[in-house]
Design a protein. Structure first.
Length: 76
């Protein structure tokens, strides 16, 4: 590669890497949220845990899901 094109190539690589990272995180978050939404309702007692909350607040409160995770694992 010619030295005069090095800056353009480096900038293009950096931009592509940053864009791919952002897309990857967005897709991963969408898949995670979708699967979490589907799988949460298989757990016994989840309705009482969710009562009065919106889904996003439940998804963000992972520490509060510990006892429900144990119930789910035991139900497998």
């Amino acid at each position: 590669m010619p030295v005069k094109e090095m800056a353009v190539a480096t900038a293009t690589f950096g931009f592509t890497r940053a864009l791919a990272g952002a897309v990857g995180i967005s897709v991963g978050d969408a898949v995670y949220t979708s699967e979490l939404r589907k799988r949460l309702f298989r757990i016994d007692g989840i309705e009482t845990f969710i009562a009065g909350r919106n889904f996003q607040s439940v998804a963000n409160n992972i520490k509060g899901l510990t006892h429900l995770e144990v119930s789910y694992i035991l139900s497998l």
